[in-house]
Write a protein that binds this ligand. Structure first.
Ligand SMILES: [Zn+2]
Length: 469
């Protein structure tokens, strides 16, 4: 018997003679921990992330948190201030600029939804143009993959300022994803897949409930948000980086050349010391001091709006408690006039998503360009439905503004909710005149069969640019 044969024989005898070893339990593969993050940022456009990079720098460098960013669009519209590429080619460029900007803070998990830039202040235009359902599914998928503790996103609401519909759409989608990602009947195909090896369309993701959601806004007046969330200093010096957070954020914005080439060239030629000297005036900074992360809601019991976002997030929580019990109140006998369009959408959206503590404008308002038409969407609710009622609409405007349509007497159809709108031509003003005349207020009054339905007021700020209404 040669040595090999003896070895094999002994080996086999040996195995037969040994007691049977306890079988190793089969390993169930867990989710991919490389993709688990602490913070998921959901914004609309490449460069929007810069609104919160001072906070992200703090979270990453000094709190050792991990971050992923989702952009709603790839930024292919608008002007290229750097070189000549435009349209889809510029979207290719802007995607890389955004990835490089995130990479400067060490963020390598960056996704883009299929949204298209939509130049309007109406969130419904953006949701329609982005493919609301497709975008939401993808965002829920990303939440289930990245399992964030907190989500930070644009404020879904209407405030005088840039008031970009795309920004608001990012906030709407992030809020919806916050509420849906843990719900196993929403996109259940994401969660299925463990039973068979070859189910190429099932995803094996994890249902996930983020613990808190915070917002930031493009409103002109940031002071109105004081006290509504977690305030953080942008001028504080990072203990680990020995630089103020605003400077780390500014350096991270340097790849966005197609948007701010002049500023970026100016900063990038300056040393950290020079740039700090140049920015010693707080009004020159892009960010307010302090900045506020507006508190949306929390799954952690006892959370206060001003708490640190990560307070209480370390404990595991039974999420399946209160959140989904909200029912929109059934208001059967209601007769009123109210703002329609995006204002009416947000009225229901905030109720449905438990966001009624989120700040809203004291008087509804919008900024629009002089020389354009202001459209005021209205809803006349006359429930239960009454037919053959006569509605009378009166409109008060500042001097020189002209009501084009929507005022007068109307016969209402037999329905509970009637949508209509008032159009008002705003005279063309020079930039100086617009500044001097500042803000105007429009009041719309309604009467139904001679009975007052009350009025709605809209504050209108005239500006020389910005996205159209
Ligand atoms: Zn933007």
């Amino acid at each position: 018997m040669n040595r090999l044969a003896r070895f094999l024989l002994l080996g086999s005898l040996g195995i037969a003679a040994m007691p049977v070893a306890a079988q190793e339990p089969q390993k169930i593969k867990g989710p991919d921990e490389r993709y688990k993050v602490d913070i998921l940022v959901v914004v609309a456009h490449p460069d929007d992330e810069a609104a919160v990079t001072p906070y992200l720098a703090r979270a990453i460098y000094d709190l050792h948190k991990t971050v992923a960013v989702v952009f709603g669009t790839r930024g292919g519209s608008g002007g290229n201030d750097y070189r000549r590429e435009h349209g889809p080619a510029m979207a290719d460029v802007r995607e890389i600029e955004a990835r490089q900007a995130c990479a400067k803070l060490g963020i390598d998990k960056v996704w883009f939804l299929n949204g298209k830039d939509t130049a309007s202040q109406n969130v419904l235009n953006s949701l329609a143009n982005w493919g609301h359902g497709e975008s939401l599914e993808e965002l829920v998928r990303i939440v289930r993959l990245t399992r964030p503790e907190i989500i930070i996103t644009w404020l879904p609401g209407i405030f005088i300022g840039e008031n970009h519909g795309d920004h608001q759409a990012a906030g709407v989608l992030a809020t919806e994803a916050f509420d849906l990602a843990d719900d196993s009947v929403m996109f259940p195909e994401h969660l299925a897949g463990a039973s068979k090896r070859l189910e190429p369309y099932l995803e094996n993701l994890t249902p996930w409930q983020p613990k808190k959601i915070y917002y930031f806004s493009d409103a002109n007046d940031q002071k109105q948000f004081a006290g509504h969330g977690f305030a953080y200093s942008v001028r504080e010096v990072s203990p680990s980086q020995k630089k103020p957070y605003w400077l780390l954020a500014l350096r991270a914005a340097e790849p966005h050349l197609t948007q701010f080439p002049d500023e970026i060239h100016r900063w990038s030629s300056l040393s950290d010391e020079q740039i700090q000297k140049a920015m010693s005036d707080p009004n020159k900074l892009w960010w307010s001091e302090p900045e506020t992360l507006l508190f949306g809601k929390s799954m952690v019991p006892g959370t206060k709006a001003t708490d640190d976002p990560f307070a209480g997030t370390a404990v595991s929580i039974d999420f399946h408690t209160e959140l989904r019990t909200t029912v929109i109140g059934k208001e059967t006998h209601r007769i009123e006039l109210r703002l329609g369009g995006p204002w009416d959408f947000y009225r229901d959206f905030r109720k449905r998503h438990n966001l009624e503590n989120l700040p809203e404008a004291a008087t509804p308002g919008i900024a629009i360009k002089s020389g354009t038409t202001l459209t005021i969407p209205l809803i006349v609710e006359h429930s239960p439905a009454i037919g053959a009622s006569t509605l009378k609409i009166d409109v008060d405007t500042p001097q020189g503004w002209r009501v084009e349509s929507g005022a007068g007497s109307f016969q209402l159809p037999l329905e509970k909710l009637t949508e209509m709108h008032v159009d008002i031509a705003i005279p063309s003003l020079t930039a100086d005149e617009a500044k001097a005349k500042g803000t105007g207020e429009v009041t719309v009054r309604a009467e139904l069969d001679g009975k007052s339905l009350g009025d709605v007021k809209l504050k209108v700020q005239l500006v020389s640019g910005g996205v159209p209404q």
